[in-house]
Design a protein around this ligand. Structure first.
Ligand code: SAT
Ligand code: MN
Length: 604
């Protein structure tokens, strides 16, 4: 315990001894002025949001109930993948796709940074649970943070506070998740609206199931229940325990006859997961309901099927491009308020606006950097990775079973990326291993969700490149083994989709958004054995007449171009895939080389 007791440390609302010892240890290291145990109540939300308004971090929106705009430091706007580490004991366990440092060395570096880093600030203790608290084995975590923005955002994104703390009892395991902005305040020093540090570390210790984050207040770097726990740490737990932690949306699709299928889909950040999860079908009689838009935990049920659960409680969606035309259900979700918007523009009547929300921009805005903005301005009003953070329970098409601790049985898994060429609109894998090959070789043009160049093609296996908490070769093998352990007739069918293919003039070949329901329809009809397909070297692609394009106004040539498998384009992929696979050495399952050989010979 601290020698001079930190206020708030003594009267903790728990007797969980490991938790108490850890909080005391971290308070002693970081020396906050006080410790506050977060209860998750409305009163606490009101107090903290008022504090954030007073600090200049938040602007209260006059036009949306209980909603706020945050403008971050312009340098702290996205995940920092080059500062993200998997500190496994053995470097080989981090693999070629993660940054690695020896855990003892990392702890020594970060202990130096953490020493005194909460001076002049409050340390908040946020007990949380990813997934329902009434699950058989609830997945607890506790985040320590000196950021009120993080506390408020975590309340939207996860089940936090007293209910989680009580369920942890006196001794249940939890993931310790330590976070600091790295911006201590000296006595009398004025604070800035968005404190952060130029030094940033986002660190996972997989063996200890522990997270240490420093220097950033932005979403994926600071809301530690999300990517750090629910993907990086959970993927390690999943490997050890025989389940899957994936970067996937979950949706429920009901056909005109009333038959229900649940679909999970993996796309890289900022490639339309939220839009697909909330899609409004354009084809009559079909219905989509939402269960999750970012993360799926999948376990086998007693019936041998794979069941998916969304561990989150809110949506942290990309704002630009979200509008009444493209995603009306997201608009209806945020309209109800209770939301935090980060790095979007402010309208003169106290509402938010961003590119793509409406066809016509308002005549005047305050942009995300706080400057006057008009349609003539050179820069967009909102940062391309600006976000809305909103309760999922406000989604008007939320499926009632979304928080069933059992999850929902998955019929199909889609993988997708953003590719201008080569990848057809939709392809069905021949079998599980071929589907794993599709996932392992998934590629996409980079987006603004991470700092760095935008539009560069990179391999993003299973859309998990920045989120696999261990060696990606072992991760591919875990997928292969998952297939082997299961009854093949009960496994989800796997598909590869690409909404982003372009024609020679650079225009999109497929209209996307609500029209993607036509692809979902084909997927379901494949499951039911009623849609036909052509067998191509890369898998089963719809025959021209099996994809419902009625009323779309596409010419047969356009449909053909969207579905085309061009051997010359695929032959260019082979050396790239070979080079990609070689990175993993003997960690790559031989079945992946076998699949590549099948592709090569089918193309010959
Ligand atoms: O920034 S987050 O990691 O929360 C969102 C994303 O990149 O998918
Ligand atoms: Mn994501």
């Amino acid at each position: 315990m601290t020698s001079v007791a930190t206020p708030g440390l003594e009267n903790a609302p728990t007797t969980h001894s490991r938790l108490l010892a850890w909080v005391a240890e971290m308070a002693e290291l970081t020396t906050p002025d006080r410790v506050v145990w977060v209860d998750g109540s409305d009163e606490e939300w009101t107090r903290l949001t008022e504090q954030l308004v007073a600090a200049g971090t938040f602007t209260r929106l006059a036009a949306k109930p209980n909603s706020f705009l945050a403008q971050s430091d312009p340098s702290d706007v996205a995940r920092v993948e080059d500062r993200t580490y998997i500190c496994s004991v053995d470097e080989a366990d981090a693999g070629p796709t993660n940054n690695w440092m020896d855990p003892a060395e990392m702890k020594s570096v970060m202990t130096g940074l953490y020493r005194g880093c909460m001076r002049g600030r409050t340390m908040y203790v946020i007990p949380f649970c990813m997934g329902p608290i009434d699950a058989e084995s609830p997945m607890f975590g506790v985040e320590l943070t000196d950021s009120e923005y993080v506390v408020v955002s975590m309340r939207v994104m996860a089940r936090i506070g007293t209910a989680a703390l009580q369920a942890m009892g006196t001794d249940r395991p939890f993931v310790p998740a330590m976070h600091s902005l790295g911006a201590p305040l000296e006595p009398g020093q004025a604070d800035v609206p968005w404190p952060c540090s130029t030094t940033k570390y986002i660190v996972q210790f997989p063996e200890e199931r522990m997270i240490w984050s420093y220097g950033s207040g932005y979403g994926g770097n600071a809301l530690l229940g999300k990517k750090c726990y629910s993907l990086r740490i959970a993927s390690v737990m999943a490997r050890d325990e025989g389940w899957l932690a994936e970067h996937m949306l979950i949706l429920k699709l009901t056909n005109p006859e009333g038959a229900v299928h649940y679909i999970a889909a993996a796309f890289p950040s900022a490639c339309g997961k939220t839009n697909l999860a909330m899609l409004e079908p354009t084809i009559p009689g079909w219905k989509v309901e939402t269960l999750g838009d970012d993360i799926a935990w999948m376990r086998f049920g007693e019936d041998g099927r794979l069941y998916a659960l969304n561990p989150e409680f809110g949506l942290f969606g990309v704002a630009p491009g979200t509008g009444w035309d493209t995603n009306p259900n997201a608009m209806r979700t945020i309209e109800q308020g209770n939301s935090v918007f980060t790095n979007v523009a402010l309208t003169d009547d106290g509402d938010v606006w961003w590119e793509g929300m409406t066809d016509e921009p308002p005549a005047h805005l305050t942009d995300w950097k706080g400057r006057d903005w008009t349609p003539e301005s050179d820069e967009p009003s909102s940062h391309p990775n600006s976000r809305f953070c909103t309760p999922i329970t406000q989604c008007p098409i939320l499926a009632p079973e979304w928080d069933d601790p059992k999850g929902v049985p998955i019929s199909a898994i889609l993988f997708g990326g953003r590719r201008k060429t080569t990848i057809p609109l939709v392809t069905q894998a021949r079998d599980w291993n071929h589907g794993v090959f599709m996932g392992a070789t998934l590629s996409s043009e980079t987006t603004a969700a991470a700092t760095g160049a935008v539009g560069v093609i990179r391999r993003d296996p299973f859309a998990m490149l920045p989120f696999i908490g261990y060696n990606a070769g072992d991760y591919f093998n875990h997928w292969v083994e998952t297939g082997k352990s299961a009854d093949a007739t009960k496994l989800p069918a796997i598909f590869y989709v690409n909404w982003f293919r372009r024609d020679d003039e650079g225009g999109f070949l497929w209209p996307g958004f609500g029209e993607n329901s036509r692809v979902l329809k084909w997927v379901v009809e494949r499951l039911e054995g009623t849609a036909s397909a052509v067998e191509t070297p890369v898998g089963h692609v719809p025959t021209a007449d099996s994809l419902d394009v009625e009323g779309l106004g596409m010419t047969p040539e356009q449909v053909e171009a969207a579905l085309a498998v061009r051997p010359e384009e695929w032959r260019e992929e082979i050396p790239q895939i070979t080079e990609w696979f070689e990175k993993f050495g003997d960690k790559l399952p031989t079945t992946m080389w076998d699949e590549l050989e099948i592709l090569r010979s089918r193309l010959a």
